[in-house]
Design a protein around this ligand. Structure first.
Ligand code: CTP
Ligand code: MG
Length: 382
């Protein structure tokens, strides 16, 4: 289903204590807001409108760098005003397209939450993830501690999903005598039917300083680490240079293949595809397809890295071993690392290139061909 999302991140986080506004604090190596924006984009939201306080705009751009679906919008003085600013940015969207409204301060949203919510939206004007109350309620009244019944009470979380036109109408009809604290009440206030879908304790909102300690703890378990292995070999043939790990090396032979025969790049591309469980290089770039004849293999590797990012993931590190008697790899190793880091958008210390001979044994030892193997570690949202 095609849908958009608005992530409200323009609050000042007064209850969260000192430090930058909570959406832009670090949580496990990424800004709090980046967690939700990546997860919503990975779940299929397009665009993801991020509503940001004016004075945090450049910080927000830095914190969300590299995410292609993101549109920035200036926030307002209240949450409701910020949501309305986000809605204005979706002016070109179809009126019956769903929109998800989400608090940046709830970092642990997943694809499963989004699917559950969109499933519940069918046939309703809105859907809200909500949890039943588990604790006994108390109201501190003058001279009396009351125990209100908790039957039928729910804790509303975000994301909340609405048809765009329905939410627009709701905000149009709201009188603003009181400020709404979520969007479902705006839609129900205008007579809309909003349904509840099962919420998740993981969707708790970072509100008080102590919430951050719990989030830090959870952040370490919220990503899965995956590993993939790649292998490639090409035959030596007549030539005057060879491409290895994206670097051209003068040599008295070349590697023969359909593309540029860069076995290092091919092995590494397969390692990334393997970590994703996304097939192999031959499926993505069939050797029978004339458009890949003679092309530079940089493209194959960049494509695999794009697939990792499209899943909301990131590459942790990669390691390539080239297996050949000649040419000598050592003098080119730094250039190879730099080139791989450039293609993958990594730092050089996340990239390793090594080489070995097989002491004259086997096809590499007899110099019939060169082999490469690679391993890649990536991190994906669960
Ligand atoms: N929000 C917003 N614009 C505002 C106020 C709030 O976009 N003018 C966003 C916050 O950034 C947050 C979400 O609405 O992601 C939920 O609000 P809340 O938890 O109240 O955040 P803050 O208003 O930032 O915090 P506080 O109320 O403690 O100041
Ligand atoms: Mg607030």
């Amino acid at each position: 289903m095609s849908f958009s999302a608005i992530v409200v991140a323009a609050g000042s986080g007064l209850r969260a204590g000192s430090g930058p506004p909570k959406a832009w604090r670090d949580l496990g190596g990424r800004a709090v807001a980046r967690w939700s924006v990546e997860a919503l984009a990975a779940a299929g939201a397009s665009p993801v409108v991020v509503v940001v306080a004016d004075d945090m705009r450049s910080e927000a751009q830095r914190a969300l760098a590299g995410l292609s679906e993101v549109v920035f919008v200036a926030g307002g003085p209240t949450r409701a005003a910020s949501v309305q600013a986000g809605l204005a940015a979706l002016a070109q969207q179809g009126p019956d397209r769903p929109v998800l409204i989400h608090d940046a301060a709830r970092p642990f949203v997943t694809r499963a939450h989004v699917q559950r919510l969109l499933g519940a939206l069918t046939g309703a004007d809105g859907a809200v993830l909500a949890l039943p109350l588990a604790d006994t309620l108390k109201r501190d009244e003058p001279n009396h501690l009351a125990t209100p019944a908790r039957d039928g009470l729910w804790r509303a979380q975000t994301p909340q999903a609405f048809e765009l036109a329905v939410l627009r109408r709701g905000y149009g009809a709201w009188d603003f005598q009181t400020d709404p604290t979520d969007d479902a009440q705006v839609v129900t206030g205008a007579g809309g039917r909003v349904v509840l879908a099962p919420g998740d304790p993981m969707l708790f909102k970072l509100t008080y300083p102590e919430d951050f300690a719990m989030a830090e703890h959870l952040a370490s378990g919220a990503r899965q680490v995956r590993t993939g292995l790649g292998y490639d070999a090409h035959r030596w043939g007549p030539g005057d240079a060879v491409w290895l790990c994206g670097v051209r090396i003068d040599h008295d032979q070349t590697l023969v293949g359909h593309s540029d025969a860069d076995a290092g790049l091919h092995a590494l591309t397969d390692a990334l595809l393997g970590a994703l469980g996304a097939g192999d290089i031959g499926e993505h770039f069939p050797p029978t397809d004339p458009q890949w004849r003679g092309v530079s293999s940089d493209r194959f590797l960049a494509h695999a890295a794009d697939l990792v990012r499209a899943r909301g993931g990131q590459i942790v590190n990669v390691d390539v071993t080239l297996i050949c008697e000649r040419p000598k790899i050592r003098p080119h190793r730094d250039a190879m690392r730099a080139r791989l880091a450039e293609i993958l958008g990594l730092l050089e210390d996340q990239v390793s290139v090594k080489a070995t001979t097989t002491e004259g044994m086997g096809f590499t030892g007899r110099q019939e061909g060169l082999a490469a193997q690679a391993i890649a570690t990536i991190e994906l949202p669960r």
